[in-house]
Design a binder for this molecule. Structure first.
Ligand code: HEC
Length: 140
């Protein structure tokens, strides 16, 4: 919880820097947009989730590759939560993006343990969140 509070204040500082036109905070500049994040994680067979699904079909998955992908999945999901939705309320976005990050974290943990069933379960859980968030926050 303390971590979240700290993250919140860091974001507030970054947001202020953005408003005043100060571009000192590189983290602020580097936060990818929701669209970029979605493409990277979920945009088809070459995306992270696409690659993970393919990798899991193997009877001997290459865990070092999977772990790199799930690590990036988490980093991008963290960036997702830092974004503001173009559509829908901020409260709803916070809830849904944090939920997504939780699944991403579970995914990464399972990958670190080389737990194939765990990775599949976490991907399935993340996959159950797409529609609700798109309905609330994705434009046409
Ligand atoms: C926390 C909210 C949220 C969740 C969860 C979410 N999305 Fe998205 N997604 C968005 C928003 C918002 C956009 C629209 C971004 C834009 O165009 O600015 C989007 C856009 C997309 C796009 C279009 C990207 C492009 O090229 O324009 C794809 C594909 C996509 N999401 C797939 C998924 C899939 C698959 C899942 C579930 C595994 C998912 N999303 C979960 C919020 C979410």
């Amino acid at each position: 919880m303390k971590k979240l509070v700290m993250l919140g204040s860091a974001l507030a500082v970054l947001a202020c820097a953005g408003i005043s036109g100060v571009r000192a905070g590189s983290a602020y500049e580097e936060t990818p947009s929701v669209k970029e994040i979605m493409k990277k994680i979920n945009g088809g067979p070459k995306s992270i989730s696409g690659k993970l699904k393919t990798a899991l079909k193997s009877s001997k998955p290459d865990w070092s590759v999977i772990q790199e992908d799930t690590k990036e999945y988490v980093e991008l999901s963290e960036a997702l939560a830092k974004n503001e939705p173009k559509k829908g309320s901020k409260e709803s976005w916070e809830k849904l993006s944090k939920g997504y990050l939780d699944h991403a974290t579970a995914l990464d943990e399972a990958a670190k343990k080389e737990n194939k069933a765990g990775v599949q379960a976490a991907l399935k859980k993340a996959g159950a969140t797409c529609k609700a968030c798109h309905t609330a926050h994705k434009g046409k």
